[in-house]
Design a protein around this ligand. Structure first.
Ligand code: FAQ
Length: 329
């Protein structure tokens, strides 16, 4: 069906000339801004791309609970503890909306979780870094949730209905997360010199990994061309990364913190901040499973899954019993 494709040098992209009638109609619907719904016909590659991206996204939300979970018992006040708990709980909810959206594409949750637990599935590189101090809770909310929002606001308008609708609620909650993170940073920066130093140290460690969240540079992004054509991606990795830098620099200035990049400077001609080269070898190393916490994160997830088996079994047994009662009545 997809007989001929154009080789972009990265990954093949379907061209208008070589599409079947059905594919052309599908592309026309996307170009007209009509949402694709689960029961609509879709090219197999569109379905697979969405399953890949949505499930990676769901796994990121679930694994993303772990770095912050590390600080629940050590939050400095009851109020901070309640806020952190609520945030972590929100991330679990995001994972659930996203697994549900992926399931509408004909894949089961068990298959998705198997892929995560066996180490086959990817999740965001950012969650393979350790959380060493309370200031990391501020840096994660400010920078990681901040980056997540920048990436996810456009996804509210993506072509696949269930994904775009899930994103609307997710983005609302992410905004609260980013604000609470900035509020932690603000409190630390207005505190003692030691507290301000903690905030600076967290910023130093989380800045570059946050920029890596947006994925490889456009020149190296294998999936971007086709995903843009299908309106799964509305902006490129580099465009969104630039947006994050432009948005964050004044916020760091307000905090009185220094971004750990000697090449960062305003470029009046471009109307954007120029910034230094990202260490892509670190990014690829983390993706290969060799980040500081990859093994620990996976081990924790697998243990949580195994420990929950009795509960899942009990729920299924109860549901079976109810169904048997109903059919006997
Ligand atoms: N980490 O060709 P591209 C959050 C992979 S949610 C790991 O550019 P694509 C909330 C990519 O999968 C954060 N892998 O790929 C929260 C592909 O591999 P594959 C997650 C990465 O898909 C906050 C390969 O590299 N957000 O933070 C990364 O077109 C706080 C080539 O890349 C989403 O998932 C990475 N950073 O663009 C929770 C948003 N970047 O599959 C708790 C939805 C790239 O071909 C606490 N996803 N890769 O083997 C997306 O927008 C896209 O998937 C991108 C990547 C932009 C991430």
């Amino acid at each position: 069906m997809y007989a001929q494709m154009v080789d972009t040098g990265l990954k093949t992209v379907r061209t208008d000339d070589n599409m079947s009638e059905q594919e052309r109609e599908f592309q026309a619907r996307i170009d007209a801004g009509v949402k694709i719904e689960p029961k609509d016909w879709m090219p197999e590659a569109y379905r697979k791309t969405l399953i890949r991206q949505i499930s990676q996204h769901a796994h990121s939300e679930i694994v993303g609970q772990l770095p912050e979970g590390n600080w629940v018992t050590r939050a400095p006040t009851l109020k901070r503890k309640s806020i952190l708990l609520a945030k972590i709980q929100d991330e679990a909810g995001h994972g659930l909306y996203l697994y549900s959206a992926a399931e509408t594409l004909g894949v089961s949750r068990d298959e998705l979780l198997d892929a995560l637990h066996s180490g086959k599935a990817k999740y965001s590189s950012i969650f393979n870094y350790p959380t060493l101090s309370w200031a990391d809770m501020g840096a994660i909310g400010w920078l990681v949730d901040g980056s997540a929002i920048i990436n996810q606001i456009p996804l509210c308008r993506c072509s696949y209905g269930p994904y775009s609708r899930a994103m609307i609620r997710v983005c609302k909650e992410e905004s609260f997360h980013a604000r609470q993170g900035y509020d932690i940073m603000l409190a630390l920066c207005r505190g003692t010199p030691e507290q301000k130093q903690m905030a600076q140290d967290a910023l130093n460690r989380w800045w570059w990994p946050s920029l890596m969240m947006f994925g490889p540079s456009d020149a190296d992004s294998v999936n971007s061309a086709q995903s843009s054509k299908w309106r799964i991606k509305l902006f490129s990795n580099d465009e969104l990364r630039q947006r994050m830098v432009d948005q964050t620099v004044p916020q760091a200035e307000f905090l009185g913190l220094t971004l750990p990049d000697p090449d960062l400077k305003w470029n009046a001609e471009r109307g954007h901040y120029d910034f230094g080269e990202i260490d892509w070898s670190e990014f690829h190393n983390v993706l290969k499973g060799n980040g500081p916490c990859n093994k620990e994160r996976l081990r924790t997830r697998v243990k949580a899954w195994d420990d929950g088996e009795w509960f899942r079994d009990a729920m299924v047994a109860y549901a079976d019993k109810q169904a048997a009662r109903k059919s006997a009545a």
